[in-house]
Design a protein around this ligand. Structure first.
Ligand code: DC
Length: 229
């Protein structure tokens, strides 16, 4: 097998997807596609335009609204990050804000939003070499990917990782972080369209007791075996 064009990494929140995807992209010289950023972007732009409530309650036409809010969006993919620009300004930091975080799972469960983002991501990738991370990269968006990885980790470990990552930026209660994580996992795994699932043929890795570098090494040796086959 020759070098894969698309490598997918899926898994629940705080399973280590982004860290590992970035390490892998940097090692192989691929672009990093953080697909969650686009669900966050939809949420953020709906709030920015005061469309959120009407969009959720289906008072607005989903396709027209999404096309309208995305008309000023540009994206730059590097091995380090998925940089998103709105009206020429980078807005990645806004995508991490609490008002987005609290609503993104609801927005990501809307079928028209998923259809729009799926098409957008496929066009964006086109002929590039990418490491795509998310929830449905291997199962839906890039079904044809030659290498699919699925990361898992114990709920407790994931909550601790998320807490450590967040507490550096804001004062937070550990209980709130666990509750949030559980709520998001529940919504992401039970939604009707493209729920979080393990793609067939995926390399499944439990990262609870592994460092990001150890996970990277496991993926690289799997890739080497695939390439020999
Ligand atoms: O990976 P993240 O935390 O940035 O993802 C944000 C949200 O988007 C999360 O609730 C799940 C959703 N998501 C999704 O439904 N499908 C993807 N491919 C990526 C993220």
């Amino acid at each position: 097998m020759k070098k894969p064009k698309v490598i997918t990494i899926d898994g629940p929140a705080a399973s280590g997807k982004t860290t590992v995807a970035r390490l892998l992209a940097k090692t192989l010289g691929y672009s990093l596609l953080e697909s969650g950023a686009f669900y966050r972007l939809v949420t953020c732009l709906l709030l920015k335009h005061n469309f959120y409530e009407d969009f959720i309650s289906k008072k607005l036409d989903p396709k027209d609204t999404l096309e309208k809010i995305f008309s000023s969006v540009t994206v730059k993919l590097t091995p380090e990050a998925t940089q998103i620009f709105y009206e020429g300004k980078e807005i990645n930091h806004e995508l991490r804000e609490i008002q987005v975080e609290e609503r993104v799972s609801v927005v990501a469960a809307i079928p028209e939003v998923r259809e729009f983002i799926t098409g957008f991501l496929r066009r964006l990738v086109d002929h590039r070499l990418v490491v795509a991370e998310g929830r449905d990269m291997g199962s839906v968006v890039f079904k044809e990917a030659e290498l699919k990885v699925f990361l898992t980790a114990d709920e407790q470990v994931r909550a601790e990782r998320r807490y450590k990552e967040k507490v550096e930026k804001e004062v937070l209660h550990y209980g709130t972080v666990i509750d949030n994580l559980k709520k998001r996992d529940q919504l992401d795994s039970t939604r009707k369209v493209a729920p979080l699932t393990i793609p067939e043929e995926a390399l499944v890795l439990d990262t609870s007791n592994l460092s990001p570098e150890e996970v990277l090494q496991k993926i690289l040796s799997h890739l080497e075996n695939l390439e020999k086959a």
